[in-house]
Each structure stands twice: as C-alpha cells, then as structure tokens.
Design a protein around this ligand. Sequence first.
Ligand SMILES: [Zn+2]
Length: 178
Amino acid sequence: MLCHSCYAEPASMPDCAACRGTGRATSMPLCDEPWSEVAPGLFQGGHDVRSQSGTACVVDDEFDLVISLATRDGYGPAEGVEHVVLRLADAAIDPVTATRVAEVADRVAEAVGEGRRVLVRCSGGLNRSGLVVASALVKLGRTPDQAIDSVRAARGPWALTNPGFVVHLRGLVPPANA
Ligand SMILES: [Zn+2]
C-alpha cells in the first residue's frame, strides 16, 4: 500500500520521512470512528475500529441505504433499511470489478442526490469503501483528486492507500451535467 504521508507522489516521495522515500507502507492502523461523513449524507465506515466496544460498528437504523462491501453476521443494518451487498476484494481492479463499482457508485450518488443518508462500509473503512465513496463523489461532480482528498479528510491519511484504487479513481471523468 501507499505511504500515508507522500502517497508516492513524485514531488514529495524522495524527501518523505514517513516512508524514507520508498512511497510504501507495510501496515496501517485502524480508524477511531466506525463511520465518518465524507459529504452531506454520505458516510464511509467499516467493521473494525480501534474501540473497546464490540458493537461500535453495528449499524441500526442510522442510514436509509447501506452498501456493504464486506459483511459480518450481527452487524446490521436494522430490518427495513435498504441493504446492498457487493463483495469486493481489496485488490487490483479488473474491468468486471470496474463496472460493478460504477454501478454501485451510481446508486450511492442517486440516493445522496435524493437527500437520503447513505453508508458505504468495508472492513477497515479505508480502501474499498473509499473507492466507492470517491467514485460516487465524481458522479456528483467533483474531480477525482477532490474526491480522494474528501475521503482522506474524513477517514484519515490511511484512506485510499491502495495504489490500484487511486489510479482507477484518477481515470474517472465527472459527468458533463453534474
Ligand atoms: Zn512517504
């Protein structure tokens, strides 16, 4: 994964103290928050956080739509909450995966546009959920770099450190009518 400080950007990587100029990291810490609001009504989270409470990440009826990219028994959401499960690997993005991500990002963007509260969650709430949330933000009119920055601002510097996800997001084009 990418260094959380320089993100292997050519301009800052050679002088980066965090990764000693390698641009890479071998482990990432968990977030403190079960979920974070990235844009109004759009939340990103996971199943694992740095918390003493075993139920910190259990979703009840806080959201109108929950997208789960990883699932675990007993983690909700409550009965009656729209729940979409799309199992996604934290790996490189092939064309089939790209299509699936685009479809679920469409659904997220549409729901947020309708004023619904949406949670996109994976395991750590950093990469897979960040991929879908940032893709939805691009559909809502942000540039890829603005979308990536928003995800990192909300979830912390370790969000979107999967280099393949960053490359994929930078290739997205905001819709002309956004
Ligand atoms: Zn670095």
